[in-house]
Ligand binder design. Structure first.
Ligand code: AMP
Ligand code: MG
Length: 405
C-alpha cells in the first residue's frame, strides 16, 4: 500500500486513513522461533519435511500383523511370535504362517501385509484365533501417505494455527521462520483515569482502553506493553514515551486528541512529526498518525468504542500486514437490517450489531454513542453505513463486518 497524502483541511476517508496507517508499519523481520511460540504468526519461508509422514508403514489398529493369505481361510489359529508395541525399533520379520501382536502406531513387520483388529480375534498371546479374513493392506498406514519426504509441508505465507503447528512438529521442525510479532506500546492518557480495583473519587472513571487495546494487539499475534493513564501533562507524556520507545514498532495512544482543552497527545505530538486529522467516520473522527523521533505513532480517540473501533479499522490491518498476513480484513456479509438506522451525511457510520448467520439478519445493539462499551461488548459485528446514506429502513440490505463471537 502506498502512503496517502492528505490535506489538513477536509476530512480524509476511512480507506485513505487505513492505507496511511498501514504504510507506517513496514514488514517485520524474519526470525526463527520455537514452534510452540508461533501460534498466530505467519510462516515466512517454505518448510520442507525431512521425513515422510508417516515415516514408516505402521498399524492403524491394535491387533495382529499377518499375511492376508494366511488368514484367507479364517477362522484359523496362528502362533504369536512377537509383540510389537508402538515405539519398538528392532522389529523382527514376520514368518509365513505366524502372527505378531501389534499396537496402533507400531511399525508393520516385514513380511506382513495386513492387520487384523483385536476385536476379530480371541486376543491370544501365545496363539491367536483369527475369526475373519482380511484383504491385503487392511489397517496398514503407508509411509508417506500423508506427506512425501522432501515435500513442502507448509508454504510461505501460511498463518500458523494449531493444525499447522502440529504438522510442523510432526515433520520434526523445532523452530519455524516467521515474521516476528509486532511490539506495540499502548499508552492511555487522561487525568480522570483510575486503575480497576482502586477506589473512585467523584469525577474519576476506571481506565479500560489499555486493557482492550493490549488484548486487541495480542489477538493479532503482536506483543503489547502497556503504559497506563499518563496524566494530561505534555512533559510527563513525552518523557514516558521516550523512556519506553526502545524496540517498539508502533506506539498506540488513546485519548487527548479531540478539540477540547488539555488534549495532551495533540499538544505533545503536534509539530513533532505527528499529523492530526479528521476521518469521515462515526465514531472515531479525530485521528492522528506519524513518527516521533522515528517511532511510528497512531493516536486514537479516548472514548472506548471509538478507540476500539479505530484499532479494528486501522491498526489491526496494519499490524497483520506487517506480520506477513495476506488477508488483513475481517470477513464481511450482506445482511437484512432488523430495525431502521440513521447515519450522518458524509460520514461512514459503524454501528454495533448482532448478526445471525441463520437468518442473515443483523440487529443494531445500542445507540451510536461512542461511550457505549457494553453495547459493543454485546455485539458480534459492525454495521457499515456508507458516507452518502442517511437512513436505512428495516428489511433493507446492509454490509456487516464480522468480528466473531
Ligand atoms: P479524550 O479523547 O481524552 O477527550 O476522552 C474522551 C472520553 O473517553 C472521555 O470521556 C474519557 O474519560 C474517556 N476515556 C479516555 N481514555 C480512556 C481510557 N483509557 N479508559 C476509559 N475511558 C477513557
Ligand atoms: Mg482525555
Amino acid at each position: 500500500m502506498t502512503p496517502v497524502a492528505h490535506t489538513s483541511t477536509g476530512p480524509r476517508s476511512v480507506d485513505e486513513h487505513r492505507d496511511a496507517v498501514a504504510a507506517l508499519v513496514g514488514p517485520l523481520p524474519v526470525i526463527t522461533r520455537p514452534v510452540a511460540e508461533c501460534l498466530g504468526l505467519v510462516l515466512a519461508e517454505d518448510v520442507l519435511a525431512p521425513v515422510a509422514l508417516p515415516p514408516f508403514d505402521n498399524s492403524a489398529m491394535d491387533g495382529y500383523a499377518v499375511r492376508a493369505a494366511d488368514v484367507a481361510a479364517a477362522p484359523v489359529s496362528l502362533p504369536v511370535e512377537a509383540d510389537i508395541p508402538a515405539g519398538r525399533t528392532d522389529v523382527p520379520v514376520l514368518r509365513p504362517g505366524s502372527a505378531h501382536r501389534i499396537m496402533t502406531g507400531a511399525p508393520l513387520p516385514a513380511g506382513a501385509d495386513a492387520v487384523v483388529q483385536v476385536e476379530l480375534t480371541d486376543a491370544g498371546t501365545v496363539s491367536v484365533e483369527i475369526r475373519s479374513p482380511v484383504a491385503p493392506g487392511t489397517h496398514v498406514r503407508r509411509a508417506g501417505e500423508d506427506v512425501a519426504k522432501g515435500a513442502v509441508v507448509l508454504a510461505a505465507g501460511t498463518p500458523l494455527r494449531p493444525p499447522q503447528l502440529g504438522l510442523a512438529a510432526a515433520a520434526g521442525q523445532a523452530g519455524l521462520p516467521v515474521r516476528r510479532p509486532a511490539r506495540v506500546l499502548v499508552l492511555s492518557t487522561g487525568s480522570e483515569l483510575v486503575e480497576p480495583g482502586e477506589p473512585l473519587l467523584p469525577g474519576q472513571i476506571y481506565e479500560s482502553n489499555s486493557v482492550l487495546l493490549a488484548a486487541a494487539v495480542r489477538e493479532t499475534g503482536g506483543e503489547a506493553t502497556v503504559l497506563r493513564f499518563v496524566p494530561d501533562d505534555v512533559d510527563t507524556f513525552l518523557a514516558a514515551v521516550r523512556s519506553h520507545a526502545a524496540g517498539v514498532d508502533l506506539l498506540v495512544t488513546s485519548g487527548g486528541v479531540s478539540a477540547g482543552a488539555f488534549e495532551v497527545v495533540k499538544e505533545a505530538l503536534s509539530g513533532r512529526g505527528v499529523d492530526f486529522v479528521r476521518v469521515a467516520m462515526q465514531p472515531g473522527g479525530p485521528q492522528g498518525l506519524g513518527r516521533l523521533d522515528g517511532l511510528p505513532v497512531v493516536t486514537l480517540p479516548g472514548n472506548p468504542v471509538s478507540a476500539a473501533l479505530s484499532f479494528e479499522l486501522f491498526v489491526r490491518p496494519a499490524l497483520l500486514g506487517a506480520m506477513g498476513h495476506s488477508v488483513v480484513e475481517r470477513a464481511r456479509a450482506r445482511a437484512w437490517l432488523a430495525s431502521p438506522l440513521r447515519s450522518p451525511a458524509g460520514k461512514r457510520q459503524f454501528r454495533r450489531g448482532r448478526y445471525e448467520a441463520g437468518t442473515v439478519e443483523v440487529t443494531p445493539v445500542g445507540g451510536p454513542g461512542s461511550h457505549l462499551l457494553a453495547s459493543f461488548a454485546a455485539s458480534n459485528s459492525l454495521i457499515e453505513i456508507p458516507e452518502p446514506v442517511t437512513e436505512v429502513g428495516a428489511g433493507e440490505e446492509v454490509d456487516v463486518i464480522l468480528l466473531g463471537g
